[in-house]
Design a protein around this ligand. Structure first.
Ligand code: FE2
Ligand code: FE2
Length: 171
């Protein structure tokens, strides 16, 4: 796949991610987690602007059809976040971030292969940002399993009452 086509795909994916995080943030009750999701959503906005600028510098534009499709998918995920529950939403976000980082790692390779070495470092940086997002959602998703085990050990049936669980969940 050419550099231009991969950039168009990345642009559309960032639109979808931004839309999905709207509902994810709005459906989150915990203020700390809500703020973090909004910060991640802002990162996706910045990525979209950066990819758009790269396309512009290469004399290209984003693919409107692809952008609309991903906007629809992102908006559907956004709406679904209100009914799927926090754990499922974090799991879905983790999967989305894995896809995001792989897109940018692939772009970094393609940039080098196609003679655009100047873009390589930027794509690596973007891929690492997506990996940081993924780690955050993995923490949100996984601790619930860990917490259940700790609660079981403590004989405490209430997850909310477990300070270790709450601290880990909020990290
Ligand atoms: Fe992104
Ligand atoms: Fe991300």
């Amino acid at each position: 796949m050419s550099l231009i086509w991969q950039l168009k795909k990345a642009h559309a994916i960032e639109i979808g991610a931004y839309q999905a995080y709207k509902g994810h943030a709005d459906s989150t009750k915990d203020d700390l987690i809500k703020r973090k999701i909004k910060a991640i959503q802002h990162d996706e906005f910045v990525h979209r602007m950066e990819v758009g600028a790269m396309l512009h510098d290469l004399g290209e534009k984003s693919n409107v059809f692809l952008d609309i499709i991903l906007w629809c998918i992102g908006s559907s995920i956004s709406a679904a976040c209100h009914v799927m529950g926090a754990r499922a939403a974090a799991w879905g976000a983790k999967i989305m971030e894995i896809m995001g980082s792989s897109v940018y790692w692939k772009l970094a390779r393609t940039a080098t292969d196609s003679g655009h070495q100047e873009l390589h470092a930027k794509f690596c940086e973007m891929a690492r940002t997506e990996e940081e997002h993924e780690k955050y959602f993995a923490k949100l998703f996984a601790p619930q399993c860990t917490c259940r085990y700790l609660i079981y050990l403590n004989g405490n049936k209430s997850r909310e009452a477990n300070p270790f669980c709450r601290a880990e969940h909020r990290d």
